[in-house]
Design a binder for this molecule. Structure first.
Ligand code: SAM
Ligand code: SF4
Length: 327
């Protein structure tokens, strides 16, 4: 079975947020204020997440990415990945801030993790502290080192550029990609921050990142699948490493979107910018059959939005921001 929306897009990619909790408070994501996390019983149990994974596999989902919040703060990530592996999910990946990663690399690999993205928003420990509001630069770097020394290499490193914080580090990040042989991905800042500070002026367009790197180290594009979010480049001079540009704001890729999301509290979200999410938790907890749940998912996916409206007049960000969604 396969999942399609009313625009004919096939949905093959599920992002699963396994927790709303996080040990960081990145300025572009969370508020500095203490947060009220959801009560544990509001978050799907591992067994509920396992059942949904099986249903999504039956519906033709091929890629599953574990995210959050911070997925490594919840005990049991490895067992869940193993479950996905046993279900035969062809592509299992994770996005993490890297703080708890270095010692977990062997167990993540043993459980069946195939790819990993690590967030790293500055190569300067002081700036890193300002952005993440934590003193964790060294542990994140150890996490990256551990991945680079493992079969998960090359790591994909995600940086969200925010003017006034880290936009001066574009070339340094490119040098990092070359030195370390990592895939350095620049993500445009989206209006999904809890503090609602986003503005177009704070966002650094992918085009600017491209121009600056290309001026120093010429780049050549690597062909990519239409549903891939990143435009990918390698260095013309043959240096190791790769550059990825993800431009949801200035070059939206909604027309080829193959993605949906499951929030930690059990809602399907068909677009990062959806106004409403669709509850599966009540079905799970009220005795619904797998067939009932499949039918609900099919109905929700059919109505997936044509695209986000960030660039339309009067755009309002969704009330549930990145904190709830997972990347
Ligand atoms: N905690 C993990 C991490 O930071 O990698 C996983 C969850 S995080 C929400 C997933 C991704 O979303 C990260 O790469 C993060 O940088 C990105 N992200 C968070 N808020 C964003 C925003 N407002 N605009 C663009 N990307 C954002
Ligand atoms: Fe936590 Fe990831 Fe959001 Fe940073 S981006 S606050 S690490 S969930």
């Amino acid at each position: 079975m396969t999942l399609h929306d009313k625009f004919g897009r096939q949905i093959t990619d599920l992002r699963i947020s396994v927790t709303d909790r996080c040990n960081f408070r990145c300025v572009y994501c969370r508020s500095a204020d203490p947060e009220n996390y959801r009560e544990h019983e509001q978050i799907l149990s591992w067994s509920e997440l396992g059942r949904l994974a099986r249903i999504f596999v039956n519906l033709g989902i091929e890629k599953m990415r574990i995210t959050g919040g911070e997925p490594l703060v919840r005990d049991g990530a490895e067992s869940y990945i193993q479950k996905l592996h046993e279900l035969g999910v062809p592509d299992i990946s994770m996005t993490t801030n890297g703080h708890l990663l270095s010692k977990r690399v062997p167990s993540l690999i043993a459980s069946g993790l195939q790819r990993i993205n690590i967030s790293l928003d500055s190569l300067d420990p002081i700036k890193f502290e300002k952005i993440t509001r934590t003193r964790t630069y060294d542990s994140v770097m150890r996490g990256i080192d551990a991945v680079q020394a493992s079969p998960l290499a090359p790591a994909k490193i995600n940086a969200v550029l925010v003017r006034g914080f880290n936009e001066d580090e574009v070339e340094a990040f490119a040098a990092f990609a070359r030195d370390r042989g990592v895939i350095m991905r620049f993500i445009e800042f989206m209006p999904l921050d809890a503090d609602r500070h986003w503005s177009r002026e704070l966002m650094v367009p992918a085009e600017e990142v491209y121009r600056r790197i290309h001026a120093q180290w010429p780049l050549v594009e690597i062909p990519h699948a239409k549903s891939e979010t990143a435009r990918k480049y390698k260095f013309v001079d043959g240096a190791p490493g790769e550059i990825g540009l993800i431009a949801p704001v200035t070059q939206p890729f909604c027309g080829h979107c193959s993605r949906i999301r499951l929030t930690a509290d059990g809602k399907v979200r068909t677009c990062l910018f959806s106004k409403d999410d669709h509850d599966l938790r009540a079905l799970l907890r009220n005795g619904a059959s797998d067939a009932d749940i499949e039918e609900q998912i099919r109905g929700v996916v059919t109505e997936k939005e044509a695209g986000h409206r960030i660039n339309e007049p009067g755009f309002q960000p969704p009330s549930r921001t990145m904190v709830f969604i997972g990347g």
